[in-house]
Write a protein that binds this ligand. Sequence first.
Ligand code: UD1
Ligand code: UDP
Length: 360
Amino acid sequence: MNKGNLLFVVGARPNFIKIAPLCAELSKRSGLPFRIVHTGQHYDKQMSDVFFEELQIPQPDFHLNIGSGGHGQQSGAMMMKLEELCLGNAFSAIVVIGDVNSTLAGALVGAKLHIPVAHVEAGLRSFNRAMPEEVNRVVADHVSDWLFAPTQLAMHNLANEGLASRAYFSGDVMYDMILKGLELAREKSDILRKLELEPRQYYLATLHRPYNVDDPDCLKNIIGGLAGLEKPVVLAAHPRLRKNLSEFGIRANGNIRLTEPFGYLDFIMLEKEAVRVVTDSGGVQKEAFFLKTPCLTLRPETEWVETVDAGANVLVRQRTTQAILDAAGQSMSPRYDEQPYGGGNASERIVDVIESELYS
Ligand code: UD1
Ligand code: UDP
């Protein structure tokens, strides 16, 4: 029996959204205390604080204030501070989520200090090692003790890498979150009215993958495609996109409405009512599927293949203006009858396993 605190290691926008339902589940149960450490990977209010406030996530107990930097610098600095934190506190287990650098740092520190590590959203693979996230996923899975897979395909990927004995099918915590989030958003968000948008009369877009936004020619082509769509395109600008647009001198013109990143509730309301979502985000592809809004994904491959198999998500493989316009012009016949992402109780299943591993 281990009575110490669990430690959630979070740092980037998708981490916050994914721990919200886990924290809510833990708070319902007595005797499973937890702490949160924020690495500081994301720090703008609209990339961080807004989610703690809206989703009632307990404020982080520890801040590492690492900030931005190269991969080695950022992950290394996180590891040094996390190690110090873990040596000074008897955490019962570490929970890492998804595939960002904060995930990698948390998993490695836990493994080296022999603290059990739970990886939430395990088993995802794009099979593209050029993506920093793919490296983070593979490493996090291989050094973690409990692997919580959101889909059966993720279970299969883990088995293929010899990790079946540590794998648990939990379903997807983002599905748990959106079921609650949509109710809240309907109550609280009036973003369509604020932006003077009518349902299905606009596109919603996000872009932040280095693959798309770090190359000037490629970014120019993509912006050209979005600008030429026949309806307004709300482009919620991730700071990496905003920085690169300005550095490369690319103007988001035409039908594009460039905005700051939205809070979660406004964003899912916009996703729900859009005619289509255009994105390179992992989480946004899935949310579009949950909300039954067809999606165009500006990537050559995806980890979330179930959305493509259902006809709900089309991969736009070429980064040209014409490829985006062509994809937007094609009709789609999505099927939403199957729900490969679990039953909306992933958080319960994950906490059940952690509780039984630590307390029985
Ligand atoms: C990171 C993750 C990516 C995830 C994304 C979610 C890694 C390797 N990448 O990418 O997997 O999909 O978060 O959004 O972990 N910046 C700000 N303010 C902030 C945060 C970042 O201005 O609050 C700017 C900085 O210039 C920074 C750049 O954005 O250099 C990139 O931030 P970083 O966290 O390194 O990578 P993301 O592109 O956000
Ligand atoms: N999101 C948000 N506001 C925005 C854009 C995205 O709240 O302006 C949310 C979105 O609902 C999803 C998550 O951010 O839950 C996805 O994170 P992101 O695209 O940054 O990262 P990825 O999923 O690609 O790792």
